[in-house]
Structure formats: structure tokens, C-alpha cells
Ligand binder design. Structure first.
Ligand SMILES: [Cu+2]
Length: 345
């Protein structure tokens, strides 16, 4: 309850030019065009929950998407058939940070600390390519840009996220959704335990074999804060949920914690995968997923580009089409040659 207007709290805050309303009767429904229509309608009671200025709480199942325990209350409408017992490929992404800290507002991004989402131990923070990845297909100007190349035969890719930092990160993938097949449910460091931010390593309740340390060189006592409790395949695989996972494109990865995602890599392109906290993006917490490069259509030559690189207009589908066309030309030439020969006879 907000401190303003709550029972026993401060008097209601009324912005200038507004006035207090006598009761709350506001209904809102969001309709997406072209989507399946559900059989809902306006509330049957115009009284709402009743109570006027002191509305009664709505009744229903407590459901909090930030608590994995509540995720078990969901049911799949469409079972994701692409989820296999074992993923085709698995990658581990470590999230962490490395000092020194930014001190002045004039400190430029990526010049001091290294905030990262390292892929399989590769120490790479985001570094913008000099020319668009979709135009170059990563073949030029992207030497220091972290890219995860997904094998083209992959149908089910697992990404294990280990957060070795004291802050939560809101992980977001462009282009595709992911299934959250497993997640740590640490009571000692969940979303309600903000005190976990300052938990020194000396009080570490994480089993010794699961502890991981961020790639840090912080000083002034901060070096004790950059650690996390990692996913442990031997212990944690058995709690994965491939039957009824939540399908999402954003996930709050708790502090010092882990989560396991599965992706069906069927959407060709270079797709950013990053922390969505705006201050973490320019610090480097991002990489790109390179999905089905052979299926990415050639970019038309009149699409503007930037940077020093030439646009790569090749694509295997274009090559395939050209090969078929040249075979057809040869076939026609052979037909013509044989017709000419028979005419001469
Ligand atoms: Cu972040």
C-alpha cells in the first residue's frame, strides 16, 4: 500500500488541478489485434470489490512472477514440442563485474570497469561493431564484438546463466522467446532479500563447491562482495522443468544466483541478448546471438549502412538460387543443342 492514502497513512496525495474521486470504478482491458479472443467481459458487479474509499482486497490465487514457487501454479496452453530431454547444445554465461568503479559523470562507458556476460569463459564485454552485424554477417568490424554462434543444426539450445554479482539483472533476448527450465530458489538471496546485496563472502551460505567469483579487482573492501552461487549440473539438473516452463523474453536473474534457459533458434539474424538495466548496457552486459546465418536474406544494396565495412550481400539461399538458375540455363542449352542437331539431320 502506498504511504499516501493507505489506512492510517498519509492523507491522499491529490495533484494540483485534480480532485478526489468518490469511489474507484475503473476497468481496463488490453486487446491485441489478430490474437485469439478470450471469453472475458466486463466485471459483472459494478461495485468492484466494494468499500468505496477503502476498497476490499481482490480475491484470487496469490501469484508473484518473481517467485519461482508460484510458477508451478501455471499451466501450459501450448506445450513447447521443441524441448528435448537433453538440449542439442549448452552454453554457460557468467555475469559479473570488474573494477575500478566509475566515479565521475564524465567517465565514458566501457573505459573503466568491465561489466560482462562472458560466454563459456571468453572474457568479452560488449563492444559495438563498426558496421551493422546484419550487413556484414560479423565478417568485418566485429573482431571485438562478443557473438555466440549457434550451430545451424541446433533445435534446442540451453543457456545457463550464473550471476556472480550482488545485483539482480533483468535479462532480455531479442528475436525469440526462451523457456525458463530451471532457476535457483535461494531463500537466503531471493528477490525479497535485499540485504543479500551487502552479504560478505565470509557469510557465504552457498555450498563450497558451487561458489564462483567474479572477475574483479575491486578495492576498498568491495572485493568481498563479488561472488555468486553457481548452477551445478550434478545437483540441479534433476529440478529442471521441461514440461511446463514459463515462456518469456525477459527474466529477472536474482543476485548471486542462476537460471537455465532453452531457446529454439529458428529466427535468422543477429539478436541482442543483454541485461535490460539501462546503466548496465553501456557498461558492457550484452552479446549477440548469431542464428541461422545461411538463412538471413541478403540486405538490399540500397539499404543505408555505416562504418568502413562493405555490405556482405552473399547468402547461401541466394547462392542456392543462383546455382539452380545456372543449372536450368545449362539444361535449356542442352535441349536447344539437341533440337538444333536433330533439325540439321
Ligand atoms: Cu544488469
Amino acid at each position: 500500500m502506498s504511504p499516501h492514502g493507505g489506512p492510517g497513512g498519509l492523507p491522499p496525495f491529490i495533484p494540483p488541478g485534480f480532485h478526489e474521486v468518490s469511489s474507484c470504478r475503473f476497468y481496463a482491458f488490453l486487446h491485441y489485434t489478430g490474437q485469439r479472443e478470450w471469453t472475458y467481459g466486463p466485471p459483472t458487479s459494478r461495485e468492484g470489490t466494494g468499500g468505496g474509499k477503502n476498497p476490499k482486497p481482490a480475491t484470487g490465487v496469490p501469484f508473484d512472477l518473481t517467485r519461482p514457487g508460484d510458477w508451478k501454479k501455471t499451466k501450459m496452453l501450448n506445450q513447447p514440442k521443441w524441448l528435448k530431454d537433453k538440449p542439442d547444445y549448452s552454453f554457460t554465461v557468467t555475469l559479473g563485474l570488474n573494477g575500478p568503479l566509475y566515479k565521475n559523470p564524465t567517465d565514458l562507458p566501457l573505459t573503466k570497469g568491465r561489466w560482462y556476460m562472458d560466454i563459456d569463459g571468453r572474457r568479452e564485454s560488449w563492444n559495438r561493431p563498426t558496421s551493422p552485424l546484419l550487413h556484414t554477417k560479423g565478417k568485418c568490424g566485429a573482431e571485438t564484438t562478443p557473438v555466440l554462434n549457434i550451430p545451424e543444426d541446433a533445435e534446442d539450445v540451453e543457456i545457463i546463466l550464473n550471476n556472480l554479482s550482488p545485483t539482480a539483472h533483468n535479462i532480455h533476448l531479442h528475436g525469440m522467446k526462451f523457456a525458463v527450465t530451471n532457476i535457483a530458489d535461494f531463500e537466503w538471496c531471493n528477490v525479497n532479500r535485499t540485504s543479500c546485496f551487502l552479504m560478505p563472502h565470509s557469510l557465504n551460505p552457498c555450498p563450497k563447491e558451487d561458489r564462483g567469483f567474479s572477475d574483479n579487482n575491486h578495492t576498498s573492501g568491495l572485493n568481498n562482495l563479488y561472488w555468486g552461487c553457481k548452477y551445478n549440473e550434478a545437483k540441479d539438473r534433476k529440478t529442471e522443468n521441461i514440461l511446463t516452463p514459463l515462456i518469456k523474453d525477459s527474466l529477472q536473474l536474482w543476485q548471486r544466483s542462476w537460471a537455465v534457459l532453452r531457446i529454439k533458434p529458428d529466427h535468422p539474424g543477429f539478436w541482442p541478448f543483454h541485461c535490460h538495466m539501462e546503466q548496465h548496457i553501456p557498461l558492457g552486459m550484452m552479446f549477440a546471438l548469431n542464428v541461422l546465418p545461411s538463412k538471413v536474406p541478403a540486405i538490399p544494396s540500397d539499404v543505408p549502412t555505416e562504418g568502413p565495412c562493405m555490405m556482405d550481400s552473399s547468402s547461401s539461399s541466394l547462392i542456392e538460387e543462383n546455382t539452380k538458375l545456372s543449372e536450368r540455363v545449362k539444361e535449356l542449352e542442352r535441349e536447344l543443342a539437341s533440337k538444333c542437331a536433330s533439325t540439321k539431320i
